[in-house]
Design a binder for this molecule. Structure first.
Ligand SMILES: [Zn+2]
Ligand SMILES: [Zn+2]
Length: 989
């Protein structure tokens, strides 16, 4: 059986996507948890027994609650400086006064990445650290089954009322006696989400029939997402929150006379926001949130406000459990925040700490085999012993200074033990499912090997790959391998102690994967066999010896290898954009040199040139893996090629051609200053920030309008008339959409008073996008089925491409429209002045497209952190959150750069009539190869670095990006293969 290289590449990428999916499932571990439902819930230890016989403490039950009513006000994306910084002083006067002079304790709570709402709510209520994969399932959260504060409170008969983000209602579906959930997905709504919470407040505060009130305000987060933390909208929102806090506090105080116990008001944020207003990553602004405890039970603050102490977000769950008189959740890794119970007697404080320590050491026992050697566990045992001694003294009636000092010592011992225990428990979150990871890695590596081994065949002029079907030796090998792998599977799964995803799959599915692995292995072995056979033959491959290596080839090889190697270092991942910017700049210089040689030197056509080059790079060719047989389809030597193309360019075109690399370099420099990305320099001001600030609205409007006009002129030249008109109307629609949601203004419109969601405008554009893509598809089908006319086909492809450009123009923020303009401009110049005259082969052009695609991924403001994903793109034209379109639009907007370059590659390769018919197949194969090399190597690197300090903040987000990119590339390759259809027919004819 013969496979075309396009089909081979698409198939390989699909398999690789499967491997990546298995790997990701194994890599993102589940949180540390107690053994599910062992003994009765909430069992609690008595006070440590004093040493010596006879004396027994009478404190065996959970201590009674310290507060009657508890109100938790969670303000989404409340950053620490919004309360403690100058903004807080200015906009939250009441809160500031309570912090500085009232009866309150203030802390900065540190949230663990991913700083996304749902995992953070889980962390706040269970005290555990949710697994990283919670980011992915953040959008549809199933009910929380772990032991948690809300469950405990409900079991203890507390009545809980909740208003706010409906994530809570999904997490705790049957726990609230009264609730009103607000959907959080419509990020451009700033007021309604909060009014929906506040409207219940007056009524509820008057009532007596509740014990715990939870309010989750979303407006601040939405303001952050759309306009950033320094927007003028933040101040009024903070003032609104301040008034709400004042209302609640005063109401709670007014009731305290009647009640025996005081009330507690807790103010917190689930996460902060970055300097651009989004969240998800681990920058200081995103992880630092304020945490305020306000209650008349506390001592009045005196003296100047010092910097609030840093605590963990997970500490809130245990603190509230103690405050409400509930057992601490079993999976909690948090520590009791001592000042909150500081007003109690020494005996009570020690009791609370003991309960907390007992719970943590129990969790450690259940998760670590060698728990007895853990320093935290040892410290806890020592503290427990001295606690017993203290109780002995206490029960003997000793009430002197000595008892007080001893108590303080025990307290300190406990606090240290708690800290050590919770840090060693937090480390345990990194429990990997190694077996699934190995299976995924094996598939990915096999696919990569197969791709590499098939390079010579796939890039040959026939672009075909022979699949050996059932030589008897291989079928025997196949069955043997299947048997061995199944045996291994059974052994691993029966002996594994921890939960394993791959073992939990159905047996037939697992068998299928085993067969796949064996089949791939046989494929690899037969490919190796074939290569060995060929090398033994006396006839050398004539094509290889005639091709020589140009500087561009060497640069591409070195760049690819260098980039892959750089993925092993966290800083290189954080600043990956720099790698790509460097590579494309160097590429431009190399192209410039090539052009100069082409125009000036090769007139004389020195024969030395080719041979000396060849000698230089012979050595490299031996060592190289992917590019060494990158054969020009025609089999021409480089020299002939260059000489023939020298006559191609004449007159003014010659100078334009020479200038084009420099123009591209200038474009890249401009794009670079548009969006700063990465971590190190992300906070520096960039042009994008300047444009989006509210004072520069008219400049932004002008730029957006000019960009849209430029996009039209760059894209329309190869469209049919209908598409041209549709394109113009669509781009007009893009501008009116941005004007409707208040990003830009029309010249006649001086104040943006009526801001709408722009649903109509966006849907208007969607109609044109679909129309253009449909016209293109129709042309494609026509060329495929009726006439094999390549000009119809290339128009069709170009129309599909221009439809996608229009969609990108709609989804991009207005300040990012120049990215699209430069993308089109560079593509046009490259096509006209560089690729066509220099006659690069398909593989070289593919690699250049891939590089530019990667660079544009970062030019548009993306980074390798979760925070830069522009979620607002998923809401364009949607009334409410609809999962599938939202995910599709967000993914498209995020990967628009690489996608547009890939589709342009297809347009370019299939429009070149002079090219070998197999060019599209070559392109597809190279594209697949370029994607699978970094993924495969990165997965191995990440496995090796899984205990690295930055694994959650740097390597995991990058892994997610790489994974999604593989899925997208697989889709692109399928499209390539579909388009490759009639070329292959031509080859066969
Ligand atoms: Zn949030
Ligand atoms: Zn948010």
């Amino acid at each position: 059986m013969r496979l075309r290289s396009g089909v081979l590449a698409a198939g390989c990428l699909l398999l690789q996507a499967l491997g990546v999916a298995i790997f990701l499932r194994g890599f993102f571990p589940l949180a540390v948890r107690a053994r599910p439902r062992g003994g009765p819930r909430g069992e609690s230890p008595p006070e440590p027994a004093p040493p010596g016989p006879g004396t027994v403490s009478n404190w065996t039950k959970i201590p009674p609650p310290l507060f009657k009513k508890v109100v938790i006000v969670l303000i989404d994306a409340l950053r620490d400086d919004f309360v403690f910084g100058s903004k807080g002083k200015q906009f939250m006067p009441y809160t500031t006064q309570v912090i500085e002079k009232g009866t309150s304790y203030s802390f900065i709570a540190e949230a663990k990445p991913p700083t996304v709402t749902m995992p953070r709510i889980k962390a706040l209520m269970t005290g555990s650290i949710p697994g990283f994969i919670d980011v992915v399932v953040n959008l549809n959260s199933p009910a929380l089954l772990d032991d948690n504060l809300i469950w405990q409170a409900k079991t203890a008969g507390k009545r809980i009322i909740f208003y706010g983000d409906d994530t809570w209602v999904k997490l705790f579906p049957k726990h609230f006696v009264e609730y009103d959930g607000t959907t959080s997905f419509f990020v451009s709504d700033f007021t309604e989400v909060d009014d929906n919470v506040t409207r219940h407040l007056d009524r509820v505060l008057k009532r007596e029939d509740w014990d715990l009130l939870i309010l989750h305000y979303l407006g601040l987060d939405h303001i952050g997402h759309v306009t950033g933390p320094n927007s003028p909208l933040v101040g009024p929102k903070l003032r609104e929150m301040d008034n709400i806090l004042k209302k609640i506090h005063i109401s709670l105080l007014s009731k305290e006379g009647e009640a025996s116990l005081p009330s507690l008001l807790v103010v917190c944020g689930d996460h902060g926001m970055s300097e651009t207003g989004s969240h998800g990553g681990s920058s200081e602004g995103e992880v630092h949130t304020p945490l305020l405890f306000i209650s008349s039970a506390f001592e009045k603050r005196s003296g100047p406000l010092t910097q609030p102490e840093l605590v963990q977000q997970t500490d809130l769950a245990s603190t509230l459990a103690v405050g409400l008189g509930l057992p601490i959740s079993r999976n909690s890794v948090g520590n009791l925040i001592l000042p909150v119970v500081g007003g109690k007697t020494m005996r009570e404080q020690l009791r609370f700490l003991h309960l907390n320590g007992f719970q943590l050491s129990r969790l450690l026992e259940e998760n670590t085999p060698a728990y007895e050697k853990d320093p935290g566990y040892e410290q806890f045992k020592i503290a427990e012993k001295s606690h017993g001694n203290w109780i002995k003294l206490y029960l003997e009636g000793n009430n002197s200074e000595i008892l007080m000092n001893l108590g303080k010592k025990v307290l300190k011992q406990y606090l240290e033990a708690l800290k050590t225990l919770s840090s060693s428990l937090s480390k345990q979150v990194a429990q990997y499912d190694m077996y699934s990871m190995m299976v995924g890695t094996v598939i990915i590596m096999e696919v990569l090997l197969l791709l590499l081994l098939s390079v010579p065949k796939a890039l040959s002029s026939r672009a075909e790959f022979e699949v050996p079907l059932s030589p008897s030796l291989f079928s025997l090998l196949f069955y043997l391998m299947c048997l061995v792998l199944c045996a291994v599977h059974v052994i691993v799964c029966t002996s594994a102690e921890s939960l394993c995803y791959f073992c939990s799959m159905a047996w037939l599915t697992a068998l299928g994967v085993m067969m796949l692995i064996s089949a791939l292995m046989c494929g690899i072995l037969s490919a190796i066999g074939k290569i060995l056979e060929n090398s033994r033959l006396p006839v050398k491959n004539p094509v290889v010896s005639s091709s020589s290596w140009s500087e561009v080839d060497v640069l591409m090889l070195a760049g690819t290898i260098g980039h892959v190697l750089s993925l092993g270092a966290s800083s290189f991942i954080e600043e990956e954009h720099q790698t790509w910017y460097f590579l494309i700049n160097t590429l431009c210089l190399a192209l410039c040199q090539e052009l100069c040689r082409n125009h000036f030197l090769l007139k004389e056509c020195d024969p030395q040139h080719g041979t000396s080059l060849k000698q230089n790079f012979d050595g490299i060719r031996e060592a190289s893996d992917c590019k060494n047989i990158d054969v020009p389809a025609s089999g021409n030597s480089k020299l002939d090629k260059v000489a023939s193309s020298a006559e191609f360019i004449k007159g003014s075109d010659k100078w334009l051609s020479l200038a084009s690399p420099w123009i591209i370099l200038i474009c890249c420099r401009l794009l670079r200053s548009l969006n700063r990305t990465g971590v190190q320099w992300a906070h520096r001001p960039d042009f994008g920030h300047w444009l989006t600030s509210s004072e520069h609205k008219s400049e932004l409007s002008f730029l957006a309008a000019v960009s849209l006009v430029m996009i039209f002129f760059l894209v329309q030249r190869r469209c049919s008339l209908v598409s041209k008109i549709a394109m113009a109307l669509g781009l007009l629609g893009v501008y009116s959409y941005r004007a409707a949601i208040g990003n830009v203004v029309f010249p006649w419109q001086h104040d943006s008073k009526d801001i709408s969601k722009g649903i109509t405008e966006a849907r208007f554009v969607f109609v044109f996008v679909l129309g253009i893509v449909f016209t293109g598809t129709k042309d494609l089908l026509k060329s495929q089925v009726i006439s094999a006319d390549s000009s119809v086909k290339s128009t069709g492809l170009w129309e599909v491409y221009s439809g996608l450009v229009l969609l990108a123009a709609l989804l991009f923020r207005p300040h990012n429209l120049p990215v699209l303009v430069f993308c089109l401009l560079i593509q046009t110049m490259m096509t006209k002045y560089i690729w066509r005259p220099l006659k690069f082969d398909a593989a070289q052009i593919t690699i250049m497209h891939y590089w530019f695609g990667q660079a544009f991924f970062y030019f548009q403001g993306n980074s390798n952190g979760i925070a830069t994903v522009d979620v607002s793109a998923g809401f364009v034209g949607l009334e409410s959150y609809v999962e599938i379109p939202a995910i599709f639009l967000t993914a498209f907007a995020t990967y628009a750069g690489p996608l547009l370059w890939a589709i342009h590659l297809l347009c370019y390769l299939s429009s070149e009539v002079s090219r070998n018919a197999a060019a599209v197949g070559h392109g597809c194969f190279c594209y697949a190869l370029m994607r699978s090399i970094p993924v495969a190597i990165y997965i191995v690197l990440v496995t090796g670095l899984r205990y690295h300090l930055f694994i959650w903040s740097v390597f995991s987000p990058k892994l997610l990006y790489e994974g999604v990119h593989v899925f997208i590339t697989a889709a692109i390759c399928l499209f390539f293969t579909a388009m490759d259809q009639n070329h292959s027919q031509k080859v066969q004819d």
